[in-house]
Ligand binder design. Structure first.
Ligand code: AMP
Length: 255
């Protein structure tokens, strides 16, 4: 397993493998890896010749009052874990390597779907996500990229970007991995106290029961149906200082 930081080194490493015929799979993450990320990496491992895991806490997708500075980071653990799951390359660029100063990057517009639900609660979030995903796709040049259904709106917008810009990447959707009690795994779960962790369980329960009333006592950003192909019931709540999102599919299969 190779840990790479410089963009030119990543491009060289991937180009070399691609030129010998290897099929590249990309798993974009913001680190603080958990079993949800692990499921994406394992799936990429089983389907591709070469697996690249990116670890980049993308500042462009955080609002000014959000948790960028306290977002959990444990790079050494992440690198070891990605390696043990079969990643060939971990790309962990600095912000300057990812967004070279003075270079104007493609900034795909998320359109109106970028302004509802997560986008309404987090203005500019999806523009930041798509800029980073486009940059990742551009640098890594993978044939397939793996995303989680937990971020259903993100998955929908990434798919739409690929379609509209005619990008040569296949988007693979992976089911949400949950704790045994139903809470969706998230790097942000690390912020929760034991009491908050208990309260957070209302989120999967309310979604499963399709019953907003089960969120009583929590601060609810939204609890709404949306057609992210397929239709989902999506919700975001704040538990203490922690914001959690989740969704359930109402029809069909995301993948
Ligand atoms: P993040 O590091 O939170 O940006 O997530 C990186 C990728 O992992 C995204 O495609 C997420 O949708 C996916 N992911 C996050 N949590 C889960 C989960 N519990 N199950 C499956 N995929 C997940």
């Amino acid at each position: 397993m190779e840990l790479i930081r410089a963009t030119a080194d990543l491009t060289a490493a991937v180009d070399e493998r691609r030129s010998s015929g290897a099929d590249i799979g990309l798993v974009p993450t913001m680190g603080a890896l958990h079993d949800g990320h692990a499921s994406l990496i394992r799936r990429a491992r089983s389907e591709r010749d070469v697996v690249v895991v990116s670890i980049f806490v993308n500042p462009k997708q955080f609002g000014p009052d959000e948790d960028l500075s306290r977002y959990p980071r444990d790079e050494q653990r992440d690198v070891d874990l990605a390696g043990s799951l079969g990643a060939d390359i971990v790309w962990a660029p600095s912000v300057e390597a990812f967004y070279p100063p003075g270079v104007e990057l493609v900034a795909p517009g998320p359109g109106p779907i970028g302004d509802v639900l997560e986008g309404a609660a987090r203005p500019g979030h999806f523009a930041g996500v798509l800029t980073a995903v486009h940059r990742l796709f551009d640098v890594v040049g993978a044939s397939a990229a793996y995303f989680g259904e937990k971020d259903a709106q993100q998955l929908f917008l990434v798919r739409r970007m690929v379609e509209q810009l005619d990008l040569p990447h296949t988007i693979m959707a992976c089911p949400t991995v949950r704790e045994p009690d139903g809470l969706a795994l998230s790097s942000r779960n690390a912020y929760l106290s034991a009491e908050e962790r208990e309260a957070a369980l209302s989120l999967p329960r309310a979604l499963e029961a399709r019953d907003r009333a089960l969120l009583d006592g929590l601060e609810v950003d939204y609890f709404e149906e949306a057609d992210f192909e397929p239709r989902v019931l999506a919700a975001a709540v704040r538990v203490g200082d922690t914001r959690l999102i989740d969704n359930v599919v109402l029809e069909g299969e995301l993948s």
